[in-house]
Design a protein around this ligand. Structure first.
Ligand code: UD1
Length: 356
């Protein structure tokens, strides 16, 4: 008998892939034939293509820009091409459902699902829905949300709050492995700096300028993004990586404090792992401001300290980190009160129930 098929989609940044990474193994274990539709060059290709049991298909994508660019004229054609390619793939694969984590590449896939009578579910992890998911939500059966407040921006018939889906492997880290990998020790507390999945130039710069002071009290693991490792600042107690995959769980196990952008997946990982966090959200100039809302929601609940990007410099970074270290127990107590929802099981149940 032929295996039943499920299609996942989502990409552009790791934030649009990690939820799929948590769900895919569950469907492989249930015996499904898992296919992924992503772009030709996005990070989803790198993160998914190597996975055993998943077949990756590329389609053309066009970015839905909010600003003027020459590319805006070419993109509608790319989007149309993407829809046609996705439709052809879905007709051939005949999946029982499409699960989308959002990002521009997912829009043609969810549209093609609708055209072929295939049910689809999308997941939105930010406080307000992104443009791609707002468009795709018109064609999907359900829109799942991480923050309860997001539902007010969506059709009440389709919106379901399920909470954050955190990869289980992240709870299985080994501190000693991290010490071996990094050469760091248990002598001083360890700060992990995560500038979002693509790194963050401003955070990288402020961290490097603060090293002489910070290294007196702390050690640092810096996840600085592709092409952002700085050989000149390499020194004892300061380790840099562009992007880590399997090693992340061990690095988390050794981490005492986190400095990070406020991407939704990352901050819910820190919360689940009870890591006191200093969040520096991406500014409104560079985004639609979703990270500011994510960060403020965490601040209000006593999980995080927030430093606005406009206020970020070496002095404010050092002061905020010292304050975070002094108050770490208070943050950990607040985070202990957080009851993670049984999100993954709930989502798997809904996917199974919605299949055609
Ligand atoms: C610039 C941009 O558009 N950012 C958006 C993007 O962020 P971004 O892609 O950074 O997404 P998140 O912060 O939500 O998630 C990053 C993920 O990458 C993982 N990770 C990171 C570094 C590393 O070396 N290894 C690794 O595995 C983290 O553990 C986390 O699971 O999607 C988020 C979720 O929709 C949004 O909230 C952000 O606003």
């Amino acid at each position: 008998m032929n295996k039943e098929t499920i299609v996942f989609t989502g990409g552009g940044t790791a934030g649009h892939v990690v939820v799929n990474l948590a769900l895919i193994p569950e469907f492989i274990n249930k015996g499904y034939d898992v296919h992924y539709i992503g772009s030709y060059e996005g990070i989803e290709k790198e993160l998914i293509e190597g996975l055993n049991g998943v077949t990756y298909h590329s389609i053309a994508t066009g970015k839905l820009r909010r600003y003027m660019s020459k590319e805006n004229f070419k993109d509608p054609f790319r989007v149309l091409k993407g829809i046609m390619q996705a439709r052809k793939l879905i007709k051939k694969l005949k999946p029982r459902i499409v699960f989308s984590k959002g990002g521009f590449v997912s829009v043609p896939v969810v549209m093609a699902a609708k055209m072929t009578g295939t049910p689809s579910i999308i997941h939105e992890s930010d406080y307000t829905p992104g443009l791609a998911n707002r468009i795709a939500s018109n064609f999907a059966n359900y829109v799942l949300t991480t923050f309860p407040e997001t539902n007010q921006h969506l059709s009440q018939k389709k919106a379901k709050n399920v909470g954050a889906i955190v990869r289980e492997e992240l709870f299985e880290g080994d501190k000693e492995m991290a010490f071996q990998l990094t050469g760091l020790t248990s002598e001083k507390p360890i700060i992990m700096v995560m500038g979002g999945s693509a790194g963050a130039q401003k955070i990288n710069q402020a961290v490097r300028e603060s090293l002489p002071t910070l290294l007196k009290e702390f050690q640092l693991i810096h996840l600085c993004g592709k092409g952002n490792v700085d050989e000149a600042t390499k020194q004892r107690g300061y380790v840099q990586f562009e992007y880590v995959t399997d090693e992340l769980k061990d690095l988390f196990a050794a981490t005492d404090l986190v400095v990070s952008r406020a991407g939704s997946n990352a901050i819910f990982e820190f919360l689940a792992l009870k890591k006191p966090m200093l969040l520096i959200p991406l500014s409104k100039q560079a985004s639609r401001g979703d990270q500011i809302l994510n960060a403020n929601s965490f601040k209000k609940r006593g999980y995080a300290e927030v430093l606005e990007e406009e206020e970020l410099d070496s002095n404010s970074l050092i002061d905020s980190l010292k304050h975070l270290q002094e108050n770490r127990e208070k943050f950990q107590t607040n985070m202990s009160a957080y009851q993670p929802q049984q999100s993954k099981d709930e989502v798997i149940d809904l996917i199974l129930k919605t299949m055609k």
